[in-house]
Write a protein that binds this ligand. Sequence first.
Ligand SMILES: *Cc1c(COP(=O)(O)O)cnc(C)c1O
Length: 365
Amino acid sequence: MYTIPYLPLQALNGRQAEALTATATEVVRSGWYLRGERTAAFEAAFARYTRRAHCVGTANGMDALTLLLMALKAREGWADGDEVIVPALTFVATAEAVERAGLTPVFADIDATFVMSPAEAARRISTRTRALLPVHLYGAAADMPALLALAQEHGLAVVEDAAQAHGLQSDAEAHGIAAAYSFYPGKNLGALGDGGAVCTDDADLAQRIRCMANYGAEQKYRHVCSGLNSRLDEIQAAFLSVKLPLLDADNARRRQIAARYAAGIRSPHVSLPYGGRTDHSVFHIYPLCTPHREALRAHLATQGIETLIHYPLALHQQPLYARHHAERYPEAERVAATEVSLPLHPLLTDQEADHIIESVNSFQP
Ligand SMILES: *Cc1c(COP(=O)(O)O)cnc(C)c1O
């Protein structure tokens, strides 16, 4: 129906159809499907890529965050219900992982670049706060230097949700203690199913996560804590090893398209993200904001352009978080009410990008 789909996964994976199919065949024939050499090889490759000493594969991104928080909680002796500050606008898994680790998510408003505002996070710190959990939303880095300084001042851990930001870390020197990744198929590095990972330089933390992800087993049939069953499959790890070499070029192409959008979009009805800057994000998502969202989406649909919204509700507006309904996070609410995600993926052509630009520019509310 759309001539420009939001994300053509079939075409994106089709670029490597032969290698992916050959890899799948190898795994089928190997007779070894979990905790084997393909998982170890991908973990080593992704640790190298993220420039962290350790990478632990998990079943998905939410488990990566959950296990990371569970391991920190156990090691640091945090109590049930201790608080972790998360941005008020993110995919809900960020906050649900905090709850699943037996901790309490506390929301902080975002800033004009859609990520956790250090000043708002500071206002939300209490005697029970144990960690800050910034999200590199849409592929753009949270203000890590300011958040790390804030955390140091208050004795807090910093844990990164990098589910939308594969490849960003190679530019950023300022890191929290660990970062959680998702390999959901639509992410910048996606499996052909679910997958996730934690990357860290902290050997003890990596070891604890590995143990907790495997029923709390320190060695076979010797269980030292209660954990989860959360592992990256051999077949997904093998697919990811085939796909990882394309990631940098894919991210570079995403930035190019973002630069084309920033240079070409000229409409009084929309605002460009980051004031048109494109060097600090891997553009998992290209977020335009407009007070005329439904009309713009309908207009783009008539031009054959599929768009999405990330996200239509801020966390405190979710039915799940009804107890927070009375709270106000003005910037998160503004973005939730006005954001439109334009198609932006490595196979989008200049011609398609120009059609999208012209269609945004011809929009009249
Ligand atoms: C995708 C995503 C997650 C969850 O990852 P899954 O692999 O889907 O569990 C967490 N946080 C953010 C910001 C995400 O975009």
